[in-house]
Design a binder for this molecule. Structure first.
Ligand code: NDP
Ligand code: 8X3
Length: 251
């Protein structure tokens, strides 16, 4: 029987690439995000590949999240894999200049949103006596960098939640893993810089950044290991990157 993967933030970047790769490898997909037209397009693109169920919610809206998960159609209630991917950076400013709306967005989406989605799915996994949760952290959850302050804090929180979740869910045999990427060329910087295309492009200039498909590859590998194997925490960089800020751009 096909396994089901529930992927948050499947409308773009890492989540979108992961939905496609898991679909091609036999998973049924529950794809979530706020941009309905992209969810519809994903469903259309995968119509000859696998079954896709879409859910439109903002991960910040706790009652909408609960409602969507608790009212899944019967055939979609057994979730084998949860990929907690939805998230972004908002702004890149020194702490004294940080915008409070940006701070709230990062904490509400990257940390609280991840928790809101996880708990009702964890309850289902416990009932089903199986499950694998992949939390998308970041190198920003392993190091702090200049002006990264609250984004780094939100990803350090993901790092801690990932480790603690694995301890708490160990008694149920549920796997918990983190993928912590370095620079991946997605809409991430476009969101961080509020639609500024030029500034966003510069982040990925003069070196080969990771592609969302590279992260999808890793996730596929992780979720297809034998039952007794769990890759607990994987830091993945482009070859040109050595730390959050040390990137070999030549010259
Ligand atoms: P994208 O901007 O391309 O994708 C972000 C996804 O998150 C979109 O599908 C978006 O969907 C969803 N999302 C954002 N906010 C919300 C919200 N409030 N409610 C529901 N869904 C939301 O970026 P990436 O693919 O790069 O980011 C995915 C994850 O990877 C994030 O957690 C990010 O922090 C992490 N990451 C990214 C790195 C990079 O360099 N790109 C490196 C390390 C980690 P929609 O707008 O439709 O709601
Ligand atoms: C996203 C990558 O370097 O902007 O988490 O933190 S970085």
């Amino acid at each position: 029987m096909s396994k089901t993967a529930f992927i948050t933030g499947a409308t773009s970047g890492i989540g979108h690439a992961t939905a496609i790769l898991l679909a091609k490898n036999g998973f049924k997909i529950i794809a979530t995000g706020r941009r309905q037209e992209r969810l519809d397009q994903l469903k259309t693109d995968l119509k000859n590949v696998t079954e896709v169920h879409t859910l439109n919610f903002d991960v910040r809206d706790q009652s909408a999240v609960l409602d969507a998960i608790n009212n899944l159609p019967k055939e979609w209630r057994k979730i084998d894999v949860l990929i907690n991917n939805a998230g972004n950076a908002h702004g890149l400013a020194s702490i004294e200049d940080g915008n409070l709306d940006d701070w709230n967005a990062m904490i509400d989406i990257n940390v609280k949103g991840l928790l809101y989605v996880s708990q009702p799915i964890i309850k289902k996994m416990i009932e089903n006596k199986t499950g694998h949760i992949i939390n998308i952290g970041s190198v920003a959850g392993k190091e702090a960098y200049q002006n990264g302050n609250v984004y780094c804090a939100s990803k350090h929180a993901v790092d801690a939640i990932n480790n603690s979740m694995r301890i708490d869910l160990n008694k149920y045999g549920i796997k918990v893993s983190q993928v912590a990427p370095g620079l991946v060329e997605t809409e991430f910087s476009l969101v961080r810089f509020k639609g500024d295309q030029d500034r966003s492009k510069k982040v990925y200039e003069n070196f080969d950044a990771l592609k969302p498909e590279d992260i999808a590859d890793l996730i596929l590998f992780m979720v297809t290991r034998p039952a007794h194997v769990n890759l607990a925490d994987v830091l993945i960089f482009p070859t040109a990157q050595a730390t959050s800020t040390m990137v070999n751009k030549g010259g």
